[in-house]
Ligand binder design. Structure first.
Ligand code: GSH
Length: 346
């Protein structure tokens, strides 16, 4: 191929790429450009799940999923407050994302093959590895799930939870009655009033929702974990630029923890000679610019939101009401025997 032909082919390719980027997302420049234009990230969260995404009486949202929304805002705007939250039920969440009502979902959402390939969505990573569990009133005297033949079970519609519990009971030749509601608070209220023998959801969800019961201490979480629920942020398919921003925001937080960079020491770390830390914090290289944000993107995330471990401990860790101890769990860093592992910034 001569040089002129090769150049022609390359510019045709560039045109195709520009056209497909604009077309796929419906905005010239994609979601990053529209977010920048709007001055805030519109983040889809739950309607209220303590530890993950929950609004307090003063109207402030907190949680590990909320931190991820704020971290994306810190990456894009250098301001973790440049974010607006849209509470969504499990059933509404994917339509809200595909219709463009929100820019991303950060809502205890399980990464499954169907969701990743058939809904026009992309999962950008995992911020909490979970599995489905069951809770019963201790007064029932049930000690494991195999004693639940004939049980009535309260759960949410539009979730993996419904599907897994059906698989579990069918596989074990046990009958059950599913009592499903769209709103999580209706599920909790129904279980609390004795409408069902069992409440089932992700184990982290059980730890959170249990706190809303009239007598949390009167319930037992059964030992079984009946599924894999890798929870993570989701974006629309066809917008690789925005996908990169969300994916690398999470990777920044996990890498920062691995390197010992925290919200308290990040300003000192800006003077570090460690090449990995220099790339992380943007004192060397153009890693931020390469994904359309500033080179200080990750320093802003850590300074304003914290690293992954800080967010975990503040929201769901052993010293929070959820008491989800991280040590020895799958959510520990890979260097501590867990699954939290981010590809390197280089
Ligand atoms: N991870 C599961 C379950 C997600 C889910 O919606 N869980 C309920 C029960 S913990 C929930 O988020 N409730 C809080 C809310 O809807 O605001 C999925 O992605 O389908």
């Amino acid at each position: 191929m001569n040089l002129r032909k090769a150049t022609g082919a390359l510019s045709a390719l560039a045109l195709t790429m520009t056209a497909s980027t604009a077309f796929a997302d419906g905005h010239e420049g994609g979601t990053l450009a529209s977010v920048t234009g709007n001055g805030a990230v519109q983040c889809g969260v739950s309607q209220g799940l303590p530890g993950f995404s929950n609004k307090d009486d003063a109207g402030n949202w907190t949680g590990i999923d909320v931190d991820l929304c704020r971290a994306v805002a810190a990456a894009v705007f250098g301001d973790a407050n440049a974010v607006r939250f849209t509470p969504l039920s499990a059933k509404e969440r994917f339509t809200a994302l595909s219709s463009g009502e929100v820019d991303m979902l950060s809502r205890n959402t399980t990464w499954t093959m169907t969701r990743d390939t058939q809904l026009g969505l992309n999962f950008a990573g995992v911020n909490y590895y979970d599995g489905q569990g069951m809770m019963v009133p201790t007064s029932l005297g049930v000690t494991n799930a195999m004693e639940l033949d004939g049980a009535s079970i309260c759960t949410n519609t539009g979730t993996t939870t419904e599907l897994n519990i059906t698989d579990f009971f069918r596989t074990n030749n046990m009958s059950f009655e599913l009592v499903a509601f769209e709103k999580a608070d209706e599920v909790v209220a129904a279980y609390d009033s004795g409408r069902c023998d069992v409440y089932t959801t992700d184990k982290s969800g059980i730890a959170a929702q249990r706190l809303k019961l009239s007598d949390p201490g009167a319930h037992t979480i059964l030992p079984e974990t009946i599924s894999k629920e890798p929870l993570g942020p989701v974006v629309r398919q066809g917008d690789d630029g925005w996908f990169n921003v969300v994916r690398w925001t999470l990777n920044c937080m996990i890498n920062a923890e691995e390197m010992g960079v925290t919200s308290s020491n990040v300003s000192d770390m800006m003077n570090s000679d460690n090449p990995g830390i220099k790339r992380l914090l943007g004192t060397e290289g153009t890693f931020g610019e390469n994904i359309g944000v500033s080179n200080g993107w990750c320093a802003n995330i850590i300074g304003q939101v914290g690293n992954y471990g800080e967010s975990y401990e503040a929201n769901v860790g052993a010293d929070t009401p959820l008491q989800l101890a991280r040590d020895g769990s799958v959510n520990a860093l890979w260097t501590e025997g867990g699954l939290m592992y981010a590809p390197p910034i280089r």
